[in-house]
Write a protein that binds this ligand. Structure first.
Ligand code: FES
Length: 114
């Protein structure tokens, strides 16, 4: 099964039952954690675009308790959600990386104008 991580677009093949957090590490994607993958810190939140969520395990009690209504809007804990089919997930960028990427995109646009 293929897991695609956005915004980088990195992909990794994994077996069913691997958590998104494990898959991210195999792919070299950094998802922060503080609780060691025990549904305690919520630092590993990822977004799963509409329809893709059915390719992940159903949220368990611990994940539902942590995420509340967010879980129904496509937010999952990478340490809890396991891969059940090919899936694409959006990993939040840290603020500094997002600012640098936006600046580089602006510069590239300006360069294309000249
Ligand atoms: S790693 Fe802490 S909630 Fe997932």
């Amino acid at each position: 099964m293929k897991v695609t991580f956005l915004p980088s677009g990195k992909q990794i093949e994994v077996k069913a039952g691997v958590t998104l957090l494990q898959a991210s590490r195999l792919a070299g994607i950094s998802i922060p954690t503080r609780c060691g993958g025990k549904a305690g810190c919520m630092m590993c939140k990822v977004e799963v675009p509409g329809g893709e969520g059915c390719h992940l395990s159903k949220p368990g009690r611990a994940e539902r308790n942590k995420l509340g209504a967010w879980v129904d809007q496509g937010t999952r804990l990478a340490c809890q959600a396991t891969v059940q089919g090919s899936v694409t997930v959006q990993v939040p960028e840290d603020k500094l990386k997002a600012a640098i990427r936006k600046q580089l995109e602006r510069q590239a646009e300006e360069d294309n104008l000249w």
